[in-house]
Design a protein around this ligand. Structure first.
Ligand code: HEM
Length: 226
């Protein structure tokens, strides 16, 4: 067990866990976005996708628990790393790089906490149906849960859409920085690779965010409609 102690007690070990779990969450986001973009293909395609996911039964629960474990590990390492950084911080900032690093990590903590809040709201909305609960019980023409209707009715409310759009921008800031520093945290640091990663990572992050934002915006302007 000494390797575990060494990993969890060293900043490098924590950074590697943070980066690896962050990458896992990013892959989830890509998968989630791909599924959600089916709303542009219409109610039938989207409800079929939702029904297939549900039909995975126990496998879906394995995936959900896996996602939860990765998510909790990401948040826990963030807390441990922030504590370590605070403990190691010098009394006064002498170098501008220290100020920059601290600004970036403070931004990551803030945007991360807001994203956590968004995820709780999102689960309350679409999974637990605590928000817009009246929209949860619809069935479509073939007796499947009408996830498309739930989503469109949800986003037709400008307040709900506004919360999603603002949260997506905050997620974009988090992802943009996270993806940019991910390779370095994993120890991949090469003069040929690092500058390209720093340029491409924010573009990838904002492309994913634009994909998510396109859904509530399309509902609001009537491109996706019942
Ligand atoms: C426009 C943006 C989004 C839409 C339309 C959307 C839609 C949905 C829908 C329909 C569900 C399924 C609810 C159910 O039937 O149980 C869901 C679940 C979920 N979403 Fe999203 N989502 C969006 C953005 C996000 C983002 C940005 C994140 C993460 C930061 C996220 C994380 C999750 C999680 C963790 C679940 C639960 C997965 C599960 O229970 O299997 N979603 N989302």
């Amino acid at each position: 067990m000494s390797w575990m102690k060494r990993t969890f007690c060293s900043s490098i070990g924590l950074k590697i866990i943070m980066a690896a779990t962050g990458l896992g969450l990013f892959f989830f986001l890509i998968g989630h976005l791909s599924g959600n973009l089916l709303t542009f293909a219409g109610a039938d395609a989207f409800n079929e996708y939702a029904a297939r996911l549900k039909s995975l039964g126990p496998l879906l629960w394995v995936a959900r628990i896996g996602l939860l474990v990765i998510f909790v590990a990401h948040v826990l390492t963030a807390i441990l790393l922030t504590r370590k950084n605070r403990a190691a911080r010098p009394e006064a900032y002498v170098f501008s790089s220290t100020i920059q690093a601290s600004y970036a990590s403070r931004t990551m903590v803030m945007t991360g906490m807001i994203t956590l809040g968004f995820i709780l709201y999102h689960l309350a909305h679409f999974t637990l149906h605590w928000v817009d609960s009246a929209n949860a019980s619809h069935m479509d023409f073939s007796g499947r849960h009408d996830a498309f209707k739930m989503l469109v009715l949800g986003f037709q409310n400008p307040v709900t859409s506004g919360i999603y759009i603002i949260s997506m921008f905050i997620l974009g800031t988090h992802l943009s920085h996270g993806l940019s520093s991910l390779f370095q945290s994993l120890g991949i640091n090469h003069p040929n690779i690092t500058p390209t990663v720093k340029k491409v990572a924010p573009l990838v992050a904002w492309a994913v965010v634009a994909g998510f934002i396109s859904i509530p915006v399309s509902v609001l302007i009537g491109v996706i409609a019942l």
